[in-house]
Design a protein around this ligand. Structure first.
Ligand SMILES: *Cc1c(COP(=O)(O)O)cnc(C)c1O
Length: 407
């Protein structure tokens, strides 16, 4: 079925080879955070063992090596997203910080009371709350693209939601709660035709598929390292160079300046203007290594393997009475939210854990989506390319066992 040698790939992930409660670990919580291959762990470890120094400005060997590795990682992120220039790639703490950067540095100076920000019903809290805070600060208004019962965006009224007062469209590429892949290129085109800037939250897209920001033609794109096999605490913001160049710094401090006196500070050029203080150097290097690793597997192979697992799990769950899949869009990434009739999702998670099956239960930082379906939570299995068919079987066994315990 698969062109990938999944067993060989699994050997790259040391954490997968352990027992939980006497059962092999079945890690199906990849949408919360992914596991790290030894290539990434080694890149981080090697940096600390061989090259650790602060970057930029240093004339000694270690500092130059650290700088080269850090800037090399930036260029990998640029290639990974097909951005035009390294100046367009800002390292951040994660997707959350990247959204906050755009909200505060790009949008806040432009907003007047009565202006509008358009998001969607499917957003992660990271792409809701920063805009809500901005609305509180400026008197702007938050509008929301509605969703359908199948968990897709309802775009029928998009033309009317993009008004003359809309100053930003911020939308997720892939829903972390339901897996829905949104048609971001078409949506971006509609907004840009009205000169409305577009930010895309790609935290759940980049682990699963090739992304091309030049093709999408968005203004900003945010990603999170730990969702794509890299360390926590590192992420990236892509921004169109002309926009980034005109934006004020987000935070002040070292490395983001060219010169400082008490009378005047001159800010550094892109991308350093937005990277105040010592960054997560090892994290950025780990992110670069994760990208290299994904390239070595092949982004198309990753997408194909995950699609296979999603399809298999979906078919098997559909065949089970008393289990409902939440989010049934035809175009989905490898996320499967479900409800077992008569069992609270939290109990589902606990019973699964007894057999070593790690899934997530809760609102998945997307409470509006839960509110839409009038449920407090779902159980969510999310796959990565290192998952296999035996793990799908373990998921199904865990569902059957849960049903039996509650029957
Ligand atoms: C995880 C996630 C975020 C937040 O990313 P962090 O890097 O953890 O801050 C934002 N959006 C989506 C869709 C996510 O899944």
């Amino acid at each position: 079925m698969s062109v990938l040698n999944i067993n060989a790939i699994r050997d790259d992930f040391p954490i997968l080879h352990q027992q939980i409660n006497g059962q092999p670990l079945v890690y199906l919580d990849n949408a919360a955070t992914s596991q790290k291959p030894k290539q990434v762990i080694d890149a981080v470890s090697d940096f600390y063992q061989q090259d650790n120094a602060n970057i930029h400005r240093g004339v000694h060997q270690l500092s130059q090596r650290a700088t080269d590795a850090y800037e090399g990682a930036r260029d990998k992120v640029r290639q990974f997203l097909n951005a035009a220039s390294d100046k367009e790639i800002i390292f951040t703490r994660g997707a959350t910080e990247a959204v906050n950067l755009v909200a505060q540095s790009f949008l806040r100076p432009k907003l007047q009371a009565g202006d509008e920000i358009l998001i969607s019903y499917l957003e992660h809290h990271a792409n809701i709350v920063p805009w809500q805070m901005l609305c509180e600060q400026t008197g702007a208004k938050l509008n929301v693209i509605p969703m359908t019962q199948s968990g897709e965006l309802d775009l029928s009224d998009l033309d009317n939601l993009l008004t003359s007062r809309t100053k930003m469209l911020a939308i997720g590429h892939v829903s972390n709660a339901l897996g829905t892949i949104n048609p971001v290129k078409a949506i971006t085109a509609k907004a840009r035709a009205k000169a409305i800037p577009v930010l895309i939250d790609g935290a759940q897209a980049v682990p699963h598929m090739a992304v091309d920001v030049t093709d999408i033609d968005c203004d900003f794109y945010v990603l999170s390292g730990h969702k794509m096999f890299a360390p926590t605490g590192i992420g990236a913001l892509y921004g169109r160079e002309t926009l980034l160049a005109a934006m004020p710094p987000y935070q002040g401090g070292g490395d983001m300046i060219l010169s400082v006196s008490f009378e005047q500070t001159i800010y550094n050029e892109l991308p350093y203007k937005f990277e105040a203080g010592t960054p997560h150097i090892a994290g950025a290097i780990g992110l670069g290594a994760a990208i290299e690793y994904m390239w070595s597997i092949g982004l198309d192979n990753i997408a194909a393997q995950e699609h296979h697992l999603l399809q298999l799990a979906t078919d098997k769950i559909r065949a089970l009475p008393g289990v409902e899949i939440i989010g049934t869009s035809a175009n989905k990434a490898a996320v499967l939210s479900f409800m077992i009739e008569g069992v609270h999702p939290h109990d589902v998670g606990t019973i699964f854990d007894q057999d070593g099956v790690a899934i997530r239960t809760g609102h998945h930082c997307a409470q509006p989506v839960m509110a839409f379906y009038d449920i407090p939570a779902t159980a969510r299995a999310s796959f990565a390319f290192y998952n296999n068919e035996a793990e799908v079987e373990a998921l199904i066994r865990a569902i059957l066992k849960t049903q039996e315990l509650f029957s």
